[in-house]
Design a protein around this ligand. Structure first.
Ligand code: MTE
Length: 338
């Protein structure tokens, strides 16, 4: 991507939470047997995070809202060690707030995420406007620990909270013409400084847009995410709702979504519009197809290898989800459809 990648030495000590602390938190909560009891904790208590690691679906409360419920199907709990939360929430790409990795956490805090609605339209029998916070309260949230691989060749491991994207699409009854799903981020230059200035916003033509083929969108790994590390999604990570498609490069994971449209034809996607020879529509993680300016064979695992660390490791085909998704691309030339 057309942005500078920070050197590992630039990560500050306070940005790194040792993995031991994360694990310890989980253990403490398991020991305490917290569950519905957490409901009585005061507003603002970081309750969802305390419940990570519980086996049964738990009724939990977050920032004083009504209870949310989440479950953890084993299939989505591979043995991955999450990146320190401090790192994942302070080293971000969200160009609406600036192109530096530290800009989103600095400039996104004022984004007003409530109320928030998402329009579902296009090739659907039941177009709808979703009141996101009311909708969220009714969802059975799942925690899924996914690899997160940016096209810039860095990676993290993140415990997301959300729902399968398919559930919201099905609810709108797609017509037989629906072949793709298009997504759009909020456009509000008053709140998003990168939209008010081409210089600050990296020359992107806003709103940020993305798209998936219908079968990709309906795949059980594709998620609409509303939280991470057991908490409400921070603004810099795409609050209140973002997309996560773990076998694709991170730029497909569009943040702060306000519209989901089902379409007959392949929709535009922001990075593809900006530099089509560098960023394809599919953007499947593929160690065998290099970016024109750098190799994709390996990645810098941020926050791994010690407090300040990052470790280089081989990139996995489809980011490690080959078994689940390779069949979606059977017979396709992945060099052509990069
Ligand atoms: N969504 C919007 N609206 N604007 C962006 O600039 N950046 C993308 C993606 N979603 C981006 C976006 C890129 S390049 C990546 S790698 C991921 O968000 C980063 O997500 P993270 O900051 O939660 O790690």
């Amino acid at each position: 991507m057309l942005i500078r990648v920070r050197k590992k030495s630039e990560l500050k000590e306070h940005q790194v939470t040792p993995e031991a602390i994360y694990k310890q938190r989980r253990r403490i909560v398991q020991g305490l047997g917290l569950g519905a009891a957490a409901l009585s904790l005061p507003a603002g208590a970081n309750v969802l995070s305390n419940l990570l690691g519980k086996d049964e679906p738990a009724a939990v409360s977050d920032f004083g809202r009504k209870p949310l419920v989440f479950s953890q199907p084993d299939a989505y709990q591979p043995a991955l060690t999450p990146t320190a939360e401090q790192v994942a929430t302070s080293y971000n790409n969200f160009f609406e707030f600036g192109t530096d990795k530290s800009d989103p956490v600095r400039f996104a805090q004022g984004l007003k995420t409530e109320p928030w609605t998402i329009e579902i339209d296009g090739e659907v029998e039941k177009p709808q406007t979703i009141d996101v916070w009311a909708w969220m309260e009714k969802q059975q949230l799942e925690e899924r620990i996914y690899r997160h691989r940016c096209v810039e060749a860095w990676s993290m491991v993140i415990p997301w909270l959300g729902v399968p994207l398919a559930s919201i699409i099905k609810a709108a009854n797609p017509t037989s013409k629906a072949k793709y799903v298009a997504f759009e981020t909020l456009y509000d230059p008053e709140q998003m400084r990168g939209q008010a200035s081409r210089y600050v916003g990296g020359g992107i033509d806003y709103p940020y847009v993305e798209g998936l083929r219908m079968d990709e969108a309906m795949h059980p790994l594709s998620m609409l995410v509303v939280g991470m590390y057991g908490k409400t999604l921070p603004n810099q990570n795409g609050a209140p709702v973002r997309l996560v498609v773990p076998w694709k490069y991170g730029f497909k994971g569009i943040k702060s979504i306000v519209r989901i449209s089902l379409t007959e034809h392949e929709p535009p996607s922001t990075w593809n519009k900006l530099a089509s020879y560098e960023y394809g529509f599919y953007a499947n993680v593929n160690p065998n197809v290099d970016h024109p300016r750098w190799s994709q064979a390996s990645e810098r695992a941020i926050g791994a290898g010690g407090l300040f660390g990052s470790e280089r490791k081989p990139t996995l085909m489809f980011n490690g989800y080959e078994e689940e998704v390779a069949s979606l691309y059977a017979g396709m030339d992945l060099r052509k459809f990069y």
